[in-house]
Design a binder for this molecule. Structure first.
Ligand code: PEP
Ligand code: MG
Length: 308
């Protein structure tokens, strides 16, 4: 460790040799913000829409988004558009019963039937962004193809939201990351859903926990492919799933070329400390060893061996 514990206990995320890895917060409202966050990497907007008979009005949404943006002048705030459906049904959408909700009309797919919900939300985000100093980025959940990504980013720009990207939660999208990055300004990997869809294993099913382990080689291979696509395009690729909060996994992600890690704010200090104790080259060696591992156990052991 080149950096003493105290030096690593505050300030922006970086490796021991000063390579920045932004440490961002996952939040549902302004109440979740702490001084630890460098910005917000995942603003989940579902809270506004839950438990009500009608959609929130544009004015209500402007107020809620402004509360978050105004608290973060000059800082990045990545807003995720509504991720309803599946485990988060919304009464006002009157969605049909689906035999397989996790594979149904959820996330960005809702805009196929109910485009006004997304249009109103983007208008509200743009109004709130224009009224504050936050650096507002927008992304869509559950994107499966480059065509969906292109349609979403162009809609964002039409609303005056210049920085638009997508979440990578579906293996099809991870495999096409280079193509998606021709239109999208950034990617954010939702490793909770990416695990679920890669392993065909319900993320709520405790019996399948071992398949949902982020150290599974297949998940790490998809993350690596997205990070490489980002480096080749010169565009940021972050991780905002729970996996980003594991300090050892954060070293792997930094070594693969992931540019930001977003997590519950309380998890940030331990990740900051882990990064500060390793150089970028050490992280790269760790990532290389992990990519060569055939099982989650071997991957974890490789980190312990390599990070010494
Ligand atoms: C994810 O899927 O990893 C993610 C960050 O989104 P959510 O947990 O809200 O589905
Ligand atoms: Mg998700």
């Amino acid at each position: 460790a080149l950096v003493a514990g105290r030096a690593a206990s505050h300030g922006p995320g970086q490796t021991a040799d000063g390579h920045p890895v932004a440490l961002l917060g996952n939040i549902g409202s302004a109440r979740d913000l702490t001084p630890d966050v460098e910005g917000v990497g995942l603003f989940r907007t579902e809270l506004l829409y839950l438990d009500r008979a009608d959609a929130p009005t544009e004015q209500e949404q402007v107020a809620a988004y402004t509360a978050v943006f105004a608290a973060l002048p000059g800082k990045k705030v990545v807003v995720r558009t509504l991720d309803a459906g599946a485990d988060k049904p919304l009464p006002f959408l009157r969605m049909a019963e689906e035999p397989n909700p996790a594979l149904g009309v959820r996330g960005l797919r809702i805009a196929r039937r109910t485009p006004a919900v997304l249009a109103t939300q983007l208008a509200a985000i743009a109004t709130a962004a224009a009224a504050t100093e936050a650096d507002v980025w927008v992304m869509a959940p559950m994107v499966a193809t480059a065509a969906e990504a292109a349609a979403f980013t162009s809609q964002c720009r039409a609303h005056g939201l210049p920085t638009a990207g997508v979440m990578i939660e579906v293996p099809a999208a991870a495999l096409r990351a280079p193509s998606i990055l021709r239109d999208a300004d950034f990617l954010s990997l939702g490793t909770n859903d990416l695990s679920q869809y890669t392993f065909a294993a319900d993320r709520m099913c405790g019996d399948l926990a071992e398949l949902l382990d982020p150290w599974q080689p297949a998940l790490i291979a998809l993350i690596a492919a997205c990070a490489t696509a980002g480096q080749e395009a010169g565009k940021p690729v972050g991780v905002c799933g729970e996996s980003a909060a594991d300090p050892d996994f954060a070293l792997v992600l930094a070594g693969l070329g992931i540019t930001s890690l977003s997590m519950a704010p309380r998890s940030i200090p331990a990740v900051r400390e882990a990064l500060a104790a390793h150089t970028l080259e050490e992280c790269r060696q760790i990532a290389k060893a992990v990519l060569a591992a055939d099982t989650p156990e071997a991957a974890r052991a490789a980190v312990r061996r390599t990070s010494g």
